[in-house]
Ligand binder design. Structure first.
Ligand code: MG
Length: 197
């Protein structure tokens, strides 16, 4: 009996190539979504702008109608992810809303998700704001973390603090997940399988 490794999945970057130049990448559909983190961020920015404009510290923020966030998703990605020998877990600022806003568009069932201790926060040692939570959540299990914002310091910290096999797989947010990433994920799972775990 072999326990499957975890695949910790970011949304913006790997599944939604939001930085693609100019136009919607081939094979992707456009969705206009209003996740609560996006609405909160836009409302906050509007309030900051309003305060700067009036120079009044306690000016009442204007009521804003938040424009939806444009998200590009590839409907074939769910099936491709489910075919991999991993347990899938959301590792995204969307948290539980990935299950309602993202999963259904690409054919993924409801998945567990990591609840962040400091969403979009600043790490005292310059790590990504997800890194410590990712390692704590994996609790020693083999994992691949797929994200567009990983730096070398995150990989080093994981190697020093996670007792099992782990891979931090950087995906370019201009491109998103490619066939070669899926091949690499399969290869990694096969080569790092822990018999009897
Ligand atoms: Mg991202």
């Amino acid at each position: 009996m072999t326990q499957q490794p975890l695949l910790l999945l970011d949304v913006d970057g790997p599944l939604n190539p939001y930085a693609a130049p100019k136009r919607r990448p081939e094979g992707y559909d456009t969705h206009r979504l209003r996740p609560s983190w996006w609405v909160a961020k836009q409302e906050y920015l509007a309030a900051v702008q309003a305060r700067q404009a009036t120079r009044a510290k306690h000016a009442k923020p204007p009521a804003v109608r938040v424009k939806p966030l444009r998200v590009w998703l590839n409907p074939s990605h769910g099936e491709a992810l489910l075919a991999l020998p991993y347990e899938l877990v959301w590792a995204t600022g969307w948290m539980g809303e990935a299950n309602t806003h993202i999963g259904p568009h690409i054919g993924l069932p409801e998945l567990p998700y990591i609840r962040w201790s400091d969403l979009f926060g600043a790490d005292p040692d310059g790590l990504h704001w997800k890194t410590r939570d990712v390692v704590a959540w994996a609790a020693g299990r083999p994992f691949v973390w797929v994200d567009d914002e990983l730096g070398p310091q995150d990989g080093e910290w994981i190697a020093a603090h996670h007792p099992g096999p782990a891979l931090a797989l950087h995906v370019n947010p201009r491109i998103g997940l490619l066939a070669e990433d899926f091949a690499r994920l399969r290869e990694w799972a096969e080569s790092s399988a822990v018999p009897g775990a």
